[in-house]
Design a protein around this ligand. Structure first.
Ligand code: PMP
Length: 355
C-alpha cells in the first residue's frame, strides 16, 4: 500500500531527490564511484556545491551581499553560532515555542537576552502580536514556523534591527523577502534534504564585528571563504539538497509551492473545523501551513489511539502529535502531495461516520 508520509522531520522528500540520490550512491556523475566514497575536493563535488548555492539564490531570490552556506550540526548548532557571530551585548527573542526557547537559552551564554513577547501562557498556541522590538539590541530572533505547536509567522516582519530567522520548518514553502533578514538558517530535514546539514543565508556586512575570539568553525567568514568546504561537508546531504532545489525550480518555484501549500492546509483545516470528532489547537489566524495540530474534540477524547491505528490502516503515517501538544500533527511539507491530504481528510470523515 502507498504510504502517506506526514512525518514532522526527517520527513517526506520528492521522489526525484530520493531516486537521484540513490543513483549517485551507485554511480556519482559517471565517475564509476559512489558519492559515498568520492573526495569533496574533486571537481564533481565542487560543481554540486556551486549548483546548490546558485539554486538557493535563484529559487529564494537572494539579493547581492548575502552568502549562502551549507554547514553541519543541525539548526541547534545555529542557536549558538548566531550569537557567537552577532551578539556583542544584547539580543531580542520572540518566544513562540520550544525551538525559540532553546535558541534564546543558548544566546544567554553570550550576552543579555530580552524576551520581547511569549505565547507560553497558552502552550504556544498563538503568535504574540503588538510587541515592540527594542532598538538597542544587536538583533531580533524569530522562529517563522513553530514545528511542535503548529503556528507560523507568514509575513516578513519590518524590524528596526537585524532580523534573524530560524526557518527550519517553512523555508521554501512560499516566497520570502530575503532583504528583510540579516540571517536565515534552516535545518535541511523538512523541505530540503536529509538531516545533518543546515542552510545559512547571511548578509556579509554583519560579520567580523565581534570583539570576542571565535573557534574557526563557528565563524561564518571561515565557511564563506572556503565555499562551505573548510572541513569535510556532508557530501551526500548537500547532493540531495541540490536535487530538491532542482525539483523546486522545475516545479514552478516558490510561487507554485505557495499555492499548493495553501490548498493542502485549507483542505485539512476545513475538515478539522467541520468534523465533530476533531478540534484544532492553534489560534486560527496563526495556523501553520506546514504542521497542522489537532486533538480529539470533547466527548471523543478516548478515541485518540483508535484514530491513530485507523489512520495507520489507511497508510497514513507520522500523524501522532508531539508530547507537548498531544493529539495529532500532520506535517504538510512541500513534497507531500494534495492526494495525501485528501486521504487523511477521507479517513477523518470515515472515522466520524462510524462514531
Ligand atoms: N528549529 C526548528 C523550527 C525545528 O523544527 C527544529 C527541529 N525539528 C530545530 C530548530 C532543531 O533542528 P536540528 O534537529 O536540526 O538541530
Amino acid at each position: 500500500m502507498k504510504k502517506h508520509n506526514f512525518n514532522p522531520g526527517p520527513s517526506i522528500l520528492p521522489q526525484y531527490t530520493i531516486d537521484g540520490t540513490a543513483a549517485a550512491i551507485k554511480d556519482f556523475m559517471g565517475t564509476g564511484l559512489s558519492i559515498l566514497e568520492v573526495s569533496h575536493r574533486g571537481k564533481e563535488f565542487d560543481a554540486v556545491m556551486n549548483d546548490a548555492v546558485a539554486l538557493v539564490k535563484e529559487v529564494l531570490g537572494v539579493p547581492e551581499g548575502y552568502a549562502v552556506l551549507f554547514v553541519g550540526g543541525g539548526a541547534s548548532t545555529q542557536f549558538f553560532h548566531v550569537p557567537y557571530n552577532l551578539l556583542e551585548k544584547k539580543a531580542a527573542y520572540l518566544k513562540t515555542g520550544e525551538w525559540a526557547t532553546k535558541a534564546a537559552k543558548e544566546a544567554e551564554l553570550f550576552g543579555e537576552v530580552v524576551i520581547v513577547a511569549s505565547s507560553e501562557d497558552k502552550n504556544f498556541s498563538y503568535v504574540p502580536k503588538g510587541y515592540v522590538i527594542p532598538t538597542d539590541v544587536d538583533y531580533f530572533h524569530i522562529t517563522t514556523n513553530n514545528t511542535i505547536y503548529g503556528t507560523e509567522i507568514m509575513t516578513d516582519l519590518d524590524s528596526p534591527v537585524t532580523l534573524v530567522a530560524d526557518m527550519s520548518s517553512d523555508i521554501f514553502s512560499r516566497p520570502v523577502d530575503v532583504a528583510k533578514y540579516g540571517l536565515i538558517y534552516a535545518g535541511a530535514q523538512k523541505n530540503l534534504g536529509p538531516a545533518g546539514v543546515t542552510l545559512v543565508i547571511v548578509r556579509e556586512d554583519l560579520l567580523g564585528k565581534m570583539t570576542r575570539k571565535m573557534p574557526k568553525m563557528v565563524d561564518y567568514r571561515t565557511h564563506i571563504k572556503s565555499n562551505s568546504m573548510f572541513n569535510t561537508p556532508p557530501v551526500v546531504n548537500v547532493y540531495a539538497c541540490m536535487l530538491t532545489l532542482q525539483w523546486l525550480k522545475n516545479n514552478g518555484g516558490l510561487v507554485a509551492m505557495d499555492k499548493v501549500n495553501a490548498a493542502k492546509s485549507e483542505l485539512l483545516y476545513a475538515e478539522i473545523d467541520r468534523n465533530k470528532c476533531f478540534v484544532g489547537t492553534a489560534a486560527k489566524e496563526d495556523r501553520s501551513r506546514m504542521n497542522v495540530c489537532f486533538v480529539m474534540a470533547e466527548g471523543y477524547k478516548e478515541l485518540e489511539a483508535e484514530f491513530i491505528s485507523f489512520a495507520s490502516s489507511k497508510g497514513l503515517v507520522g500523524i501522532k502529535g508531539h508530547r507537548s501538544v498531544g493529539g495529532f500533527r500532520a506535517s504538510l511539507y512541500n513534497a507531500l502531495p494534495l492526494e495525501s491530504v485528501q486521504a487523511l481528510v477521507d479517513a477523518m470523515r470515515e472515522f466520524e461516520a462510524s462514531h
